[in-house]
Every structure is written in C-alpha cells, then in structure tokens.
Design a protein around this ligand. Sequence first.
Ligand code: PMP
Length: 397
Amino acid sequence: MNKKDFPIFKNTKFYGKNLVYLDNAATTQKPQIVIDEFSRFYENFNANVYRGIYRLSEEATSMYEGVREKSAKFINAKSNEIVFTRNTTESLNLVVYTFAKSILKKTDTVLLSLMEHHSNIVPWQILQKEIGFSIKYIDINKENFSLENVDSLLEIKPKIISLTYISNVLGTRNDIKDIVKKARKINAFVIVDAAQAAPHIQIDVKSLDCDFLTFSAHKMLGPTGVGILYGKEELLDKMPPLLGGGEMIISVDKNKSVYKNAPFKFEAGTVNFADTIVFGKSIDYINKVGMNKISLYIKELSFYLYENLVKINGIKIYGAKNDFGIYSFSIKNIHPHDIATFLDEENIAIRAGHHCAQPLMKELSVYALSRISLYFYNTQEDIDKVSLSLSKISDLF
Ligand code: PMP
C-alpha cells in the first residue's frame, strides 16, 4: 500500500536488487511529502521559536505549536498535555526522573513486565539506586506470550505500573485499558510505552485513562529526534522540570527561577523545532491514509507473513500470530546474525540481536533472535521474497 510514495524503494538498489525493508519496529521509511517538508521549512521559515519578535520566528513558532495540537488530536489529548522530547526513551526518562522521583519511597514497588524494552527498565534501575524502591516484573505466558498473573502482582499494590502497549519482540498487545481500571482501584499510576502502538493503532488516551504515554516520531514515518510524552494535565502541572535553561522560564534572578507552565517547562534550550514541524507532515500523511485502514492492511499482511513463516523448516516463532506484523524467530541453530547477513545479500533488511530486551531474551532462553517487522508500505511480494530466502537458509543447514 502506498509504496510509490516512499522514494527509498525506487532509489536504493544494493547488490542490484530492490530493497525489501522489514525492520520497521526499529524505524520507518519516510514518504516524499515528509522529506520535502525539510526543504520547505528551511527554505522559507527557519527561525528559532518563541524568541523572535519578528514575523519569521512567529511563523516558525506557530508551525511548531500547530504540531503540538496535531499530536494531541492524534491521541485524543489536549495540547498542553503534549511534551516534545527526543524519543520514547527520553520521554520515559523524563517521567522517571521527575514524576516518579517525586512520589516514590523506599518501601514502594514499581511494576514492569518481562517484555519491556530497555528504555522502560534502565531508568527505573538508575532511580532505584537513589531511592531504593522495589522493581517487580509481570511474567509472560509461554503458550500465548501474554502477560501472566497481573492480578496477583497488583495485590502487592505497586505505586507505579509502567508497561509496553505492544511488544517490539513478541508482537503482543497488552490490555492497557483493563490494567488501568485495576490500577485505579489500588491508586497506582500507569505509564504506557506506546513506541510500537502509535504507528499501528488508534490511540485514545482519554479512553485508556493512562497517566503518561510515550512514543517516537521516527517509528511513524517522521524524522529522528522527536519524541512525544503525553501526561495528564494535573500531573504535568505538579512535576518539576528535568532540565533548565532557555525559554522554559517566566523569570530568572540570581537566587531562583520561576518556570513556565507545562508543557513549556519541560522543553529547555533550543527545541528541535525543524524536525518537529516535519513530523506534522507524517501525522497528516497517516491521517490521510487512515489509521483504521493502516491497521487492517497490516493485520492481513501479518497473517500472510505468519502463514509463510510457519512453513519454514526448523523455524521457532517467539510470539503468537499477531495483528502488527512483528515476529521474532530462530531457525534451527543458525545464528541470527548469519540469517540477517544472508538476507542482506538479497537486499532484504531484517533485525537480528537482543532487540533491547535482554531480560525477555533470558526468559525465552535465547541470546538473540531474528525479527521481521512490517509497515503499511510492505507487500505480499516482500513477504514472498523473505520467505523464499529464509527457506533457502534453512535448507543449507
Ligand atoms: N519501547 C519500545 C517498545 C520500542 O520498540 C522502542 C524502540 N525499539 C523503544 C521503546 C525506544 O524507542 P526510541 O529508540 O525511539 O527511544
């Protein structure tokens, strides 16, 4: 669907072969309309935002704030509930070092799951060193790869629950709405890592009722260097800033500073206005195609991929058939790097490694896996190509 809008598929011909890009959970390709927006911005509107009392800066500021509004609408939030960061990782770090740090005590528990990305584990461990709270992990059911025993872990009354919406390794979608409902009964806060969800499903933060939600522009056709942090207005208002400097203040004197309201108090220094403005075009493009259409198309393609993968001799898929086209697997005892290198010779790009989820790898008793992840410019032809190549690799061993 829409492959012609993405110039990389016309331009890139390594080894004389067309590119088959199947590493979309890592980052996505960009349509021409997004690429063109870089030039349009720099050729016509470049000026630092908030600072200039002149037309050009005002134009840039209004474009930047326009994308805040668009991002808010994209997930059914209010504009002042959207903080721009560099990526999902920075969004999660911001919540940990400001919000979590201000409420956690030594006796508290933070509940994560074994399918978390390192971005939702390491910051907690860093803060844990300072405060000394406990971190507990929700197990994974090895049959269907869903979260297991959530209810019994909620009995220990964690203060904060921080979970991925869709796993970047297993393709599992967690029932965040249900978990938030249960969290409310024990007064726990819920943080959602939506890095893989935002490109795939319609997110509605009001209906989810989560406290924070994070995602990255580069995984949804946008530029690198732009992350989104959604936080409930009343929580953002109470949180201290993480970084100081630039336009995040109302006033500064020698002894103290008065900060602006959220979200501005969290955006210190010159913000990444150019990339953020370009991200606006990615949202426009996704909205034009339609998130429901995208979800349905990927679901069909995901099932087609699954049916093809299970036919490969010696394959073991770590995850259930899923709607998002995310499948991690091993083939016989072939090293995942060898699989990726073999596929690269066909100009087929997949991911091989620990996928920034080492606790999950340990739980699955593997050190690394190969992963295919789809987006809506992928086609059945791409899947036929990778399936044929994977069968060839399997036959070699
Ligand atoms: N969480 C999940 C589930 C992810 O898949 C990723 C990216 N692989 C991240 C967090 C981190 O995203 P970023 O690198 O954009 O900060």
